[in-house]
Design a protein around this ligand. Structure first.
Ligand code: ADP
Ligand code: ZN
Length: 643
């Protein structure tokens, strides 16, 4: 720091403890500018205001409390206590802060007694800038007493409550211990609080405000857009093969997550990918805790691992270079979809969110809601949410516009989703939809019985199958009225009608029934436009052909590096791997890929030039600067000059 023997100009400048947020961002984290709402949030919290921050996954929530914590510590206001639900991740987060030269620590059950005492001493001395702990630890009498002592001395600077939606019973991450956190406000009323979450629905938000007593807090809703993520939803055909093709074509050697609905499907899919040469690992709640930890660890630390998981995987994982998130099955709702897909591309480089979707998904999700034990009110809410997701899947216009409008944010077509990249071929299915609904209606009139989609399509297409003659359905007025529409198209019409809620599929045989809203469609008041299905004449075809994946929107541009820069990039990566091993941290904690790529491209030749690269803060410059210059100069000899 102030060693007179090493008067590195950049380092010397940054040795002054500046309390301006932007300066802290630049010096400590090496980022040139705040992203979106960060500046306002950070200024507000640094000045002692309470805040509730809604920001999408990957939007940059951590800095919203880390920068204020540093600012306030530099101003003599002591330590920020960060409430975090997952012990597993505190280690890497604290490691990343150490790399940036910030005095941070965590207290959790993974520590030996001696280690915990040492950290408590550091805490009480006021040296620490941030302390991470789980809520159950924070609410112990011992910890509350320590905080009271700090508070008396004016050394309790901030409470940051991460993953604040855990306080709400509406979400799927509810944690009982979060309910106790209102005690913080009651016992330490003067200490500012910032609560952060990526869950944006109004129920959860109201719960957070009420249960954490944040009525006076300022609400910040950041942009929910993640422009570097490309959204693609394909029709489910042979899902595993479609997935494999997607990974091979667009993500060879990349890190990614594949979400499936059941443990069995996770196992099957992981095994299948392995036999196809993909480095895939399963992850679900049925696996041994040890196995899960090992798989998660490999995903974080090794390059190019694909984790196949149920939703049990991912919360709090902040690996920045996940290049794709794939859904083999439909998630529960748009919040879940957005949270899961948001784990891709946190580093801001191009990433893909890919999903395959079919009629069975619709039926299964509806059934899961219908058959759950929940109250009717809750079920109604869940159905509404599912409908919004289905509308997204069926959409023939910009996916992002729909996603953002779900979060209350208006936008224009994005140019970076499947429907924008190549607009789907569509047809006017208004007439066909009316015919399908009349078909269902006539069944009811002709004897009250209900039938499934297959039989309905046979009747509409005028096929005299055994079942048709047996039930006398060839004499219905709807028999043969839809012979001009292919079977594949009929399936799509029915799926759309089910997805839109005009038709319900019920019981073990998925028999079809009309919903109230079907009347408007029957009267022709609701125009229906559908995409042309993958195989317009699909009847006889088994669909085994090797046609290119539909909707696969092409590889996003890779890092724009030429051959020489790529070589430098690879040298830097090899060097980084060594440092990461030495420090027992994931490589991205040392430097992100994006930072190494910029170094490789810009070829900084001095410490000062290196300091200008995004992601190089003062501490990292001091610790690694000379080595990086050496690695960069290695082969070309630019740095060493004439001898
Ligand atoms: P979240 O917690 O909201 O999911 P993170 O806090 O993990 O997101 O941030 C996502 C990534 O974006 C991190 O790798 C972080 O270093 C990076 N990041 C955040 N803010 C900035 C910024 N202003 N400039 C550059 N990178 C940023
Ligand atoms: Zn779009």
């Amino acid at each position: 720091m102030d060693t007179p023997t090493k008067p590195e100009p950049a380092a010397a400048r940054t040795a002054v403890a500046d309390t301006r947020p932007l300066q802290v961002l630049q010096q400590v984290f090496g980022y040139p500018a705040f992203r979106g709402a960060q500046q306002e949030i950070i200024e507000h919290v640094s000045a002692g205001g309470d805040a509730l921050v809604l920001m999408p996954t990957g939007g940059g929530k951590s800095l919203c409390y880390q920068v204020p914590a540093i600012v306030r510590h530099r101003a003599g206001q002591g330590v920020a206590v960060v409430v975090s639900p997952l012990i597993a991740l505190m280690h890497d987060q604290v490691g990343a802060l150490h790399e940036a030269g910030v005095a941070a620590a965590y207290l959790n059950s993974s520590l030996e007694g001696d280690e915990a005492r040492r950290i408590e001493r550091e805490l009480m001395s006021g040296q620490l800038v941030l302390l991470y702990a789980a809520p159950e630890r924070i609410l112990t009498p011992r910890f509350l007493a320590m905080m009271a002592s700090l508070h008396e001395r004016g050394l309790l600077s901030l409470f940051a409550i991460d993953e604040a939606h855990c306080v709400s019973q509406w979400g799927h991450d509810f944690r009982e211990e979060y309910l106790g956190l209102s005690a913080l406000h009651e016992q330490f009323p003067g200490v500012p609080r910032v609560a952060l979450t990526a869950t944006a629905d109004s129920h959860t938000r109201a719960d957070i405000v009420e249960r954490l007593q944040l009525q006076e807090a300022r609400l910040f809703v950041a942009s929910f857009d993640r422009p570097n993520i490309r959204y693609t939803i394909v029709e489910k055909d042979e899902p595993k093969k479609q997935l494999l093709r997607f990974i091979r074509d667009e993500h060879d050697g990349d890190a990614g997550v594949v979400y499936c609905q059941s443990r069995r499907r996770v196992e099957e899919t992981a095994t299948w990918l392995q036999t196809e040469g993909i480095n895939a690992l399963p992850y679900h709640a049925g696996l041994d805790a040890d196995v899960r930890r090992r798989h998660q660890d490999r995903f974080l630390r090794e390059d190019g691992i694909v984790v196949v998981a149920t939703i049990a995987f991912g919360m709090g994982i902040d690996k920045p270079d996940v290049r794709f998130v794939a859904h083999l099955d439909l998630p529960k709702n748009i919040e879940a979809y957005y949270q899961e897909t948001g784990r891709a591309g946190r580093d801001g480089l191009p990433a893909n969110a890919w999903m395959s979707y079919g009629l069975a998904d619709v039926v299964n999700q509806r059934r899961m809601i219908d058959e759950s034990e929940a109250e009717e009110d809750f079920k109604r809410l869940q159905r509404g949410k599912l409908d919004a997701l289905l509308a997204l899947c069926e959409a023939i216009d910009c996916r992002r516009v729909r996603l953002l409008s779900y979060f209350g944010q208006p936008s224009t077509p994005c140019g970076n989703c499947d429907n924008c990249v190549s607009s789907p071929e569509t047809w006017d299915a208004t007439e066909a939809a009316r015919k399908a609904l009349s078909g269902i209606y006539r069944f009811r009139q002709a004897g009250g019985q209900r039938y499934g989609a297959g039989h309905l399509i046979d009747v509409l297409r005028g096929k005299t199958t055994e079942k048709v003659t047996q039930h006398g359905h060839q004499s219905l007025s709807t028999f043969g009225i839809g012979a001009d529409v292919s079977e594949a198209q009929w399936r799509l019409v029915l799926r759309q009608l089910i997805a839109l809620g005009h038709v319900q599929a019920e019981g073990d045989y998925n028999t079809l029934a009309l919903a109230d809203s079907a009347r408007e469609v029957l009267r022709g008041e609701v125009p229906v436009r559908l995409r042309v299905p993958a195989e317009p004449r699909g009847r006889g075809a088994t669909g085994r052909g090797e046609r290119p994946a539909r909707g696969s929107a092409g590889k996003p541009p890779p890092l724009p590096l030429d051959a020489e820069a790529t070589e430098r990039f690879l040298r830097l990566k090899a060097w980084r791997a060594e440092v990461a091993r030495e420090h027992n941290l994931p490589a991205y904690v040392v430097f992100h890929d994006a930072t190494l790529a910029e170094m490789a491209r810009e070829q900084p030749a001095s410490m000062q030039a290196l300091a200008a690269i995004s992601g190089v803060g003062a501490k990292k410059l001091e610790a690694y600067g000379h080595e990086i210059l050496r690695v960069l100069g290695g082969e070309t000899g630019v740095i060493s000059g004439p001898d």
